[in-house]
Design a protein. Structure first.
Length: 179
């Protein structure tokens, strides 16, 4: 696994998240201005990109979410996937925005589900383009409407191993438990 212990990478992530939130609050903009070369290396050591952390900080300031612990939990799933599936090697690919389902597309009457499945797969693999965020406001609405958490959804997509039918059934079960 990583040369950083579990507690060490979490401490680093927490510090970088808080710094990013402070920088965003102070008016600084752009992921490329938020992190030093050594901080970018710290993020890369567990499969993370500066843009991903920047997006969380931006939404935290603008919308009040995600909080630090949720951002950390999402990063932990990505980190686990990075080491367990990708053997600590970055993908090198970035998905095309056009490859995602549209925001209004649905499956079995569940709007946004085709889109969020694609986003979750890209998040797990570290293939998110800079203009895309996992757990953005649209995703958060989907999660709330369907009684699904962003961490649990990522884990479900990982466990399904490409079988979207399993993910669809998971979401349907979560929806039903809300009623």
């Amino acid at each position: 696994m990583s040369t950083l212990s579990t507690e060490s990478w979490k401490k680093s992530f927490r510090s970088l998240f808080n710094q990013a939130v402070d920088k965003y609050r102070s008016g600084q903009r752009g992921a490329d201005t938020f992190f030093s070369a050594s901080q970018i290396e710290e993020l890369a050591a567990f499969g993370y990109k500066p843009q991903e952390l920047y997006d969380f900080a931006e939404d935290r300031v603008k919308y009040g979410e995600p909080d630090l612990e949720l951002a950390l939990a999402i990063a932990a799933v990505r980190r686990d996937y990075f080491f367990q599936v990708q053997q600590g090697k970055l993908s090198g690919n970035v998905i095309a925005m056009s490859s995602l389902a549209g925001k209004d597309q649905s499956v079995e009457g569940i709007v946004w589900l085709p889109r969020i499945i694609g986003k979750a797969k890209a998040k797990l693999r570290g293939e998110m383009p800079p203009d895309l965020m996992y757990s953005c406001s649209g995703d958060r609405k989907f999660f709330k409407d369907n009684n699904v958490g962003p961490v649990e959804f990522l884990r479900a997509v990982w466990k399904a191993d490409g079988n979207d039918g399993i993910v669809i059934e998971f979401v349907k079960e979560q929806r039903a438990s809300k009623l």
